[in-house]
Ligand binder design. Structure first.
Ligand SMILES: Cc1ncc(COP(=O)(O)O)c(C=O)c1O
Length: 409
């Protein structure tokens, strides 16, 4: 994808780095305190990040980890996902979401998305079986899922919900933060995300038992409490070495303080872009479950058909300023573009999880066609990023290119 150096890149949080992040990182280095629990000086940033996260997301517990993928895997461990578990995931996701299920030796079950490009609550209901142990709601491309309906389905069947908020940091549903609807919510701080420390992740929950299980599992399998490791038989686990480093915590805690401003800037840009593109023939916006809660890092629209979507993408790329993709070609965000899933790559030569006797009889189809309604939407959907530092003149240029691309397609 060709891009002009003059155009702001779509790294929302990184675009907002300034002296604050620099100062925090320097404090860690000068204090010789790069480890979250102790150092030459007393470390404070990872703990401060967790404290602030509780307020920002409105939850009782927050645990910083070293990546979003690690957060997903830690959550699966705490929720007891293992052989014999079916875990429902949407057709539009990221490879890590489904990878965490496989790493737990469980079997992913695909659910259709609707025109909001998030989990279709009607299909979710159809996909539940007596072996369903978890529903993973993924808030994709900046916008929240229909959490009210998903939670209602889950409650009725007494199945926990894990919210993957990696792509929707700062998103809300009726004013309440994503990540606070399910039993556990997770966020990523990887560079493409609304706030970033390059790498990093966060787990949030209101459930103390789940928090303590995650605390043990993400570390060495015991609880870090009051300055030492406390062996508590209820939470003994095999640890996974996913602690957040203090240098990452330093950047993360500053970035968390900027989240509302970063998202606010993208929302304002998106609102103006949509207004400028209003009534463009051949352009239908992605439906938003809660327009006010969209983090606005992405612009997604439907062309009338596959051909027009492809020609629109080509014309946008020809502008040489910024890129766009048809969702069908949006890499490992689409289930059938994930080779390890389609081919059911095993975790070890033993063939697990697919070969495990506990997983026998679970239907597992991941090739194109497994979710036909979603497939049809992916063919026509066009996605592009809204940089977090767009100026008004840049917004006008962007709207002009988009309108021209749609009209000439
Ligand atoms: C939807 C989704 N889930 C999980 C992840 C994993 O996060 P990380 O890259 O921090 O491991 C990402 C981002 O990469 C993502 O987009």
């Amino acid at each position: 994808m060709r891009k002009s150096a003059a155009w702001p890149r779509e790294f929302p949080g990184a675009n907002w780095y300034d002296r604050q992040e620099e100062r925090a990182v320097l404090n860690v280095l000068r204090g010789k305190a790069p480890f979250r629990y102790y150092g030459v000086a007393q470390p404070r940033y990872v703990a401060a990040f967790e404290e602030e996260a509780k307020k920002v997301y409105g939850v009782r517990h927050a645990l910083a980890v070293n990546s979003g993928t690690g957060a997903l895997m830690t959550a699966m461990t705490a929720l007891g996902i293992g052989p014999g578990s079916e875990v429902i995931v949407p057709a539009f996701l990221w490879v890590s979401t489904v990878g965490a299920v496989v790493h737990a030796n469980a079997i992913p079950v695909l659910c259709e998305v609707d025109d909001s490009l998030s989990m279709n609550p009607d299909d979710l209901e159809c996909k539940i079986t007596p072996r369903t142990r978890l529903i993973v709601a993924v808030h994709m491309a900046g916008a929240p899922c229909d959490m009210k309906r998903i939670v209602a389905v889950a409650r009725k069947r007494r199945i926990p919900v894990l919210e993957d908020c990696a792509q929707c940091n700062g998103g809300t549903v009726e004013g309440k933060s994503v990540g606070s609807f399910g039993q556990i919510g997770m966020f990523s701080l990887q560079i493409n995300k609304n706030i970033t420390a390059g790498e990093g992740g966060l787990l949030v929950t209101d459930d103390e038992g789940l928090y303590l299980k995650m605390l043990a599992a993400h570390d060495v399998g015991a609880l870090w409490r009051g300055g030492g490791l406390v062996p508590d038989p209820r939470y003994v686990a095999w640890g996974t070495g996913r602690r957040m480093a203090e240098l990452i915590g330093a950047v993360a805690s500053v970035q968390l303080g900027k989240l509302a401003r970063v998202v606010g800037h993208m929302r304002a840009s998106k609102k103006r872009l949509k207004a400028m593109l209003e009534d463009t023939p051949g352009l239908a916006w992605r439906r938003l479950n809660d327009p006010a809660g969209d983090t606005a890092c992405c612009l997604v629209f439907y062309a009338p058909d596959r051909g027009r979507a492809a020609r629109t993408v080509a014309a946008i790329r020809d502008s040489n300023l910024f890129g766009a993709s048809r969702l069908a070609e949006y890499g490992m965000h689409i289930y059938y573009n994930i080779p390890q899933l389609v081919h059911k790559a095993p975790l070890s030569p033993a063939g697990n999880p697919w070969s495990l006797p506990q997983n026998a009889g679970i239907v597992r189809e991941y090739g194109k066609g497994a979710c036909p309604t979603s497939d049809a939407l992916f063919e026509r959907a066009v996605i592009l990023s809204i940089p977090s530092t767009l100026t008004r003149p840049q917004e006008q240029v962007m709207a002009g290119i988009l309108r021209g691309a749609v009209l000439q397609a």
